[in-house]
Design a protein around this ligand. Structure first.
Ligand SMILES: NC(=O)c1ccc[n+]([C@@H]2O[C@H](COP(=O)([O-])OP(=O)(O)OC[C@H]3O[C@@H](n4cnc5c(N)ncnc54)[C@H](O)[C@@H]3O)[C@@H](O)[C@H]2O)c1
Length: 343
């Protein structure tokens, strides 16, 4: 894929905290991507993350059929620093100024560490933030539609009937909780896991089985769903997987693209994260940028099922992996400069 178009990092004039915006591609339209608010051990680590995540957004939008490009932004307070509400607001306003300088070429949404209320603060400087709270006219959290998209991908790749099937979800957060509820309602035996032990009681009360986080991904299961952080699929973890299928919303699950070949060699079907996790962005942009209503936007999220079906057929016909076919599809759309409008 092509090189990045822009990377700007700035120390905020109000907060003194470093924030950055990376635009990977605007070939199909303005770059969209979440604003991640988290401490990084080094500046280079934050830069690496924003570059990787923005490139994944280009592929996510292209494969989803959106006329948008890929971007991402990061707010990186020093490790261990606890921000007061005033300091948090100050750094968000600093970041909003940086976003405004791009004149709409980058548009932010919530990501790890930010939510709809933060998007409202970003909006104070420019209109370039999605997912403000519903009370403020936005579409709020996109975790529900993201879960709907993961379930659509699972329908294309997994067992037709989930009754009694064991599904392990690593990360019992917003998307993980939506998925757990839907999968349990579909009759699956759902195991959840999270690094936050406070979530255990609620999970067990909802009829879910709890697993320790360090073991979750390698449990014997019909489906494993990474729904926490990136970088969880490495050559070492893949060698210990005991499942035929991995599909989930966590961004950048592979430590390296070559891990997709390790997964295939072990007979594990892995649905590329940027394909399975596109439900949130599809829903949000369909509503907020294209003016579709709730039902029409959700119907667009469901198109992920057909996208995954097509990628699996292509991978079978060409003896490749779904990642190879997804990357090739993104590249074709980026080179032609057109994202086909998906109804
Ligand atoms: N929310 C969305 O619309 C959306 C869209 C696309 C992709 N994603 C990605 O999906 C993932 C989940 O998103 P979310 O909105 O549910 O986030 P969230 O922050 O609500 O939940 C993540 C959960 O993972 C837990 N966690 C963190 N590290 C863990 C570990 N090592 N093992 C187990 N649990 C761990 C956290 O305690 C938290 O409960 C993230 O990677 C996010 O980037 C989310």
């Amino acid at each position: 894929m092509t090189a990045h178009e822009h990377l700007v990092a700035r120390r905020g004039r109000r907060s003194g905290i470093t924030t950055m915006v990376a635009i990977h591609s605007t070939a199909l339209g303005p770059a969209v991507g979440g604003c991640r608010f988290k401490p990084y051990a080094t500046f280079e680590e934050a830069v690496g993350d924003v570059l990787r995540l923005s490139a994944a957004m280009t592929a996510k939008c292209a494969v989803a059929g959106l006329a948008f490009g890929g971007g991402k932004s990061v707010i990186a307070p020093e490790v261990g620093r606890v921000l007061s509400p005033e300091e948090r607001r100050a750094v968000l306003l600093d970041h909003a100024d940086l976003i405004a300088e791009f004149g709409g070429a980058y548009r932010a949404g919530p990501d790890v560490g930010t939510g709809p209320a933060d998007m409202l603060v970003l909006r104070e400087s420019s209109p370039y933030a999605f997912c403000t709270p519903e009370s403020a006219g936005g579409t709020g959290s996109s975790s529900g539609p993201t879960a709907v998209g993961v379930l659509a991908a699972l329908r294309a790749a997994g067992p037709a009937d989930l009754t009694g099937r064991r599904v392990v979800i690593s990360g019992y957060g917003s998307v993980g909780a939506h998925l757990a509820a839907s999968l349990r309602a579909a009759g699956a035996d759902v195991v959840v896991s999270d690094i936050d032990p406070a979530k255990r009681a609620g999970a067990e009360k909802s009829g879910l089985t709890w697993a320790e986080p360090e073991k979750a991904l390698t449990l014997t299961a019909d489906v494993v769903i990474p729904a926490a952080v990136g970088g969880v699929l490495s050559p070492e973890t893949v060698a210990r997987l005991d499942t035929p299928l991995v599909v989930g919303p966590a961004n950048n699950q592979l430590t390296d693209d070559a891990v997709a070949d390790d997964l295939a060699a072990r007979g594990v079907l892995w649905i590329p994260d940027y394909v399975a996790s596109a439900g949130g962005i599809l829903y949000t942009l369909s509503r907020e940028a294209e003016g579709l209503d709730h039902e029409a936007a959700l119907a667009r999220v469901e198109t992920i099922e057909q996208t995954v079906t097509d990628l699996l057929s292509a991978a079978k016909a060409n003896a490749t992996t779904p990642l190879y076919e997804a990357a090739a599809l993104a590249e074709r759309r980026l080179t032609s400069g057109a994202a086909p409008r998906i109804p």
